[in-house]
Every structure is written in C-alpha cells, then in structure tokens.
Design a protein around this ligand. Structure first.
Ligand code: A3P
Length: 294
C-alpha cells in the first residue's frame, strides 16, 4: 500500500508531527528565522480541508473591493510554508507582494510567526472533524499518493498520523489563542455554510473594511462553491492531482461523513470529540441538527 507522502517536522512543543512532503524542516526553520509579520498582514489559518480556499477567496475579494484580478488564488494569497520555494526565494518573493499582504497557512499555533505588537490579523477556520476526515481522505489520495483504505485513514486521522499533525492539537491552541487575542477571529465552516453573507460581513468588519450590500452580494456570489469551481483563477486545476480522484473542490457540504463513517466509527469519533472539547467552550455542528459536545 502506498503510504501518505509526508515529512516529519518539529511541532514547536518538543514533539514531532507529519507535514506535507513538499514542506521540510528547513523550510519551517527559514520561516521562523526570516519571516517577519508586518502591520496589516492577514493570515487565513486552518487545519487542512477545513475551508481554507473558500476563506482565502472571501478575504481576497473583500480586500480588493470585489475584484478577482488575474492572479491565481495561490499567488494572491500565497501559502506561507511554501514561500521558501518561490523562484528567487522567500525574501525576494515578499518584496513583490502588495502592501496589504494576504497569506494562508496550516501552521499549528506554536509554529506560527509571532504577531508581536503589529496590527496583523489571523482568521482561523475550523470544520467538524468527521467531514475533515473524509475530505482529507480524498485529498490524500488525489494529491499525496495515499492508497490506504477508508478504515486505515480513519485510524490514522484519530491517531494524528496525518498531514499537519493531530486535528485537536491544531484546533484547540488556536481556539484558546482566539479567546485571548482580538486579532484572531475563529470561524467555523458550518456557520459559513449556514450564513454565507453574514460571515462575509463579519470578515469585512474584522478586517476594518467598509462593505456595502453590493460588495457583500458580489463576494458571496464569487465565493460560492459553483463559482469557485468554474473560475480558472480559483479552481485549483493547476495543482497536480490524480485525474480519477475527486478534485480540490469535491462536494462542499456539511454531513458528507455519513456516506463513509460506519456506526462504530461515528461513535468512536463522538467519544473523541467529547473528550477533547469538554470544557473548551467549543462545539461543532455535524449536520442534521447534531452538535457536539451537546
Ligand atoms: P469537501 O472535500 O468536503 O468537498 P481546503 O480549502 O481547506 O482544502 O478545504 C477544502 C474543502 O472545502 C473541500 O471539502 C471543498 O469542497 C470545500 N470548499 C471549497 N470551496 C468551498 C465553497 N466555496 N463553499 C463550500 N465549501 C467549499
């Protein structure tokens, strides 16, 4: 069976985690040493498959007055961890960025470059772990050479043996940080699905951007699943992926996990969620009116 293609990197807390194969410890060391957060920077941070691309698009459109522009989303909102691979290197690339720099990142909180006393902001987006597990399974097959079964992937997900480390080790420190620092906005994928326009307005307000109803409507339209799938600057068709597996934009729904989880796996995940989120103040919507911890 082809294993997940990954690298092992330090997690910032004395342990180690898996990271996508094309990001090395040397890349993370360079970012730690040389990337300096500046006033006005915006970071969209997520555990993979939680709505990163969707949020990038909303932020990109809001900052650019509803104009898509010609750049691919991966250039307009570059992935922090891959900056060392940009032609000419990270520092040269940063010189080409507009004044209000937008980045995306999958870094755990402990590895994130410090915001210091800047006006930089972080939008952290979280998604219920059942849908993340399913979405990650297809992502790993399509883009990272994974050939394990769903059951094998499910166990690896529970064990944290997947890209960007254990799910709850990512979510919880970011959740706690968002409770203490008003420069960090914690959003949920499910809330964005239920109230897309309301969350666009919330993003605009968080970023101190004036957005009238016309701009909000435009951002909602251009960041819909359908629009992003058909737009060649947002659809990620340029990313190497297997033709016989689902694309980056797969279903975009809440509750698709029901098509893959057995009853036993669902209970196992419920126990895990309740144990991890107990007393955290954080809850997830799993679709069909199920919220945990309830
Ligand atoms: P599914 O695999 O469940 O379809 P990320 O961008 O963090 O990698 O997340 C990818 C997930 O977000 C995929 O989930 C994808 O379909 C979904 N997604 C991307 N754009 C979306 C949009 N505009 N609306 C809703 N879901 C979206």
């Amino acid at each position: 069976m082809a294993q997940l293609q990954s690298n092992v990197v330090r997690d910032g807390n004395g342990g180690q985690i898996k990271f996508p194969v094309f990001i090395s410890q040397a890349d993370l060391d360079l970012i730690e040493k040389e990337f300096v957060v500046e006033d006005g920077d915006v970071f969209v941070v997520t555990y993979p498959r939680s709505g990163t691309t969707w949020t990038e698009q909303m932020v990109h459109l809001l900052v650019n007055h509803g104009e898509q522009g010609e750049q691919r989303l991966t250039d307009a909102v570059p992935w922090l961890e891959t900056l060392p691979h940009r032609p000419g290197g990270m520092i040269e690339f940063l010189k080409t960025m507009p004044q209000r720099r937008l980045f995306t990142s999958h870094l755990p909180h402990a590895l994130m470059p410090p915001l210091r006393d800047t006006t930089a902001k972080v939008i952290y987006v979280a998604r219920n772990p059942k849908d993340v597990a399913v979405s990650t399974y297809f992502h790993n097959q399509s883009k990272l050479g994974y050939e394990g079964t769903w059951e094998e992937h499910f166990q690896e997900f529970l064990n944290g043996d997947v890209g960007c480390g254990p799910y709850f080790d990512h979510i919880l420190p970011w959740w706690q940080a968002s409770q203490k620092d008003e420069r960090i906005l914690f959003l949920k994928y499910e809330d964005m699905k239920h109230d897309h326009a309301g969350n666009v307005a919330r993003l605009a307000s968080f970023l101190d951007l004036y957005a009238d109803q016309g701009l909000i409507d435009r951002v909602v339209a251009l960041s819909s699943f359908k629009s992003m799938t058909s737009n060649e600057t947002t659809n990620f068709d340029w990313i190497p992926q297997k033709a016989d597996k689902p694309k980056h934009f797969r279903k975009g729904e809440i509750g698709d996990w029901r098509n893959y989880f057995s009853a036993e796996q669902s209970l196992q995940m419920d126990d895990f969620v309740i144990k991890k989120l107990k007393d955290s103040g954080l809850q997830f919507d799993f679709g069909d009116g199920v919220t945990l911890p309830s």
